[in-house]
Write a protein that binds this ligand. Structure first.
Ligand code: ADP
Length: 373
């Protein structure tokens, strides 16, 4: 049984706080994906779990045992690197079994059996006598995985293991890795900067930004109930639309400053660009705030030719259309004079052209409200 606990873990490199007070409980057998933009502290977190980096503050436990100050070899953890880190002069079999007899008191025969079982699971049985230089990138990746599997560790750590593969192979390996992890039931922490990978692979996703944990949840939870604006914007493709809004009683109003002088020589003035009426429930949610950020996902914006008289419909103009095959990404503006201010995804069979007027409905059930920054 291997429950892995990060308890208020902090890592400082001189005055850089790379990981800032991160706590996560990873269940036995769980596949947890650590995701976030470059430099957010993912690799440092993984390297602290592996013992390749010291912990400045906090604790890391495997079950009830603290491993934060143990040497890497004593942690019962196997790591798979992005670079594969295979020995070029050794065969696949030797790469997978290297050091295993010495470190585990397993007999030669048992090690051989474990290597062959792992090779079979990964579909590389015929490659056991080849050297890494005679393998494709995808095959080398499997060997690197095989080396982790034969160690039968309590925890797998994976640092962007698929990032050197081409898109098709990467998609195939995602599914395969998930299957293997599920069959073995080994607790896994998987690092990626790719939100699609996180959404498709993780039992749960932990989202980091600037060293801080933003949210931990299932893919559906972080998608439907993002904890803050960062998570809302990071998860989902194309990214969520955001509007900075003033709270005015029962409406949210986006005010923008008009910089064109009127014919009568008026000075620039604030114009109401977009007002969003609130129901009673939503009004309660924003009570006490003067400003909020309204978020709406592109797939939740309904684009129509004509309005039906709903309060949540807005007259817009199509600015740019990006055909994506099965759907179009459509950039909409509130008026022809303005730049587009939001994005909607629209079914690919619909004919939709730049310059065309369109009615955009932003259903209240689909909006997200965040604290203003
Ligand atoms: P990620 O894996 O999310 O890209 P990292 O964990 O590699 O992020 O880095 C987090 C932060 O810590 C970054 O600001 C990075 O520059 C810094 N950092 C990482 N390793 C070191 C190091 N050995 N010395 C100094 N700063 C480091």
């Amino acid at each position: 049984m291997a429950r892995l606990t990060l308890d208020s873990v902090t890592k400082r490199f001189d005055d850089v706080v790379a990981v800032d007070d991160v706590s996560i409980d990873i269940d036995d057998g769980e596949f947890l994906v650590l995701v976030g933009p470059s430099g957010c502290g993912k690799s440092t977190t993984l390297r602290m779990i592996a013992g390749l980096e010291t912990v400045t503050e906090g604790d890391i436990r495997l079950g009830e045992t603290s491993i934060a100050r143990k040497r890497p070899k004593e942690r019962d953890i196997a790591m798979v690197f992005q670079s594969y880190a295979l020995y070029p002069h050794m065969t696949v079999r030797e790469n997978m079994s290297f050091g295993l007899e010495e470190s585990t008191d397993l007999s030669k025969d048992v090690v051989r059996e474990q290597v062959e079982d792992a090779a079979e699971m990964l579909g590389i049985s015929e490659l056991l006598d080849r050297k890494p230089g005679e393998l494709s990138g995808g095959q080398q990746q499997r060997v690197a995985l095989g080396r982790a599997i034969v160690r039968e560790p309590a925890v797998f750590l994976m640092d962007e293991p698929l990032s050197n593969l081409d898109a098709k192979l990467r998609a195939q390996m995602r599914t395969e890795l998930q299957r293997i992890q599920e069959d073995l039931g080994t607790t896994t922490v998987y690092v990626t900067h790719d939100q699609t990978e996180a959404m498709t692979m993780g039992d749960r996703i932990a989202i980091l930004d600037d060293g801080r944990l933003q949210q931990v949840g299932t893919p559906l939870e972080v998608y439907h109930k993002p904890a803050n604006r960062f998570v809302g914007g990071f998860i989902g493709e194309p990214s969520m639309n955001f509007f900075e809004m003033e709270v005015q009683g029962d409406r949210l109003v986006r005010v923008s400053r008009s910089d064109t002088e009127g014919s009568s020589g008026q000075r620039p003035r604030d114009v109401e660009e977009f007002a969003y009426p609130l129901s009673e429930t939503t009004r309660e949610a924003v009570e006490g705030s003067t400003h909020v950020t309204l978020g709406i996902r592109p797939e939740d914006v309904e684009v129509r030719d004509d309005g039906g008289g709903d309060h949540h419909e807005f007259e817009t103009v199509v600015d740019v259309v990006e055909p994506m095959g099965n759907e179009n990404t459509v950039y909409l503006a509130f008026s022809p004079e303005r730049e587009h201010s939001f994005v909607a995804t629209v079914g690919g069979m619909r004919s939709i052209e730049p310059g065309q007027p369109a009615v955009a409905r932003i259903p209240e059930s689909a909006i997200h409200l965040f604290d203003s920054e």
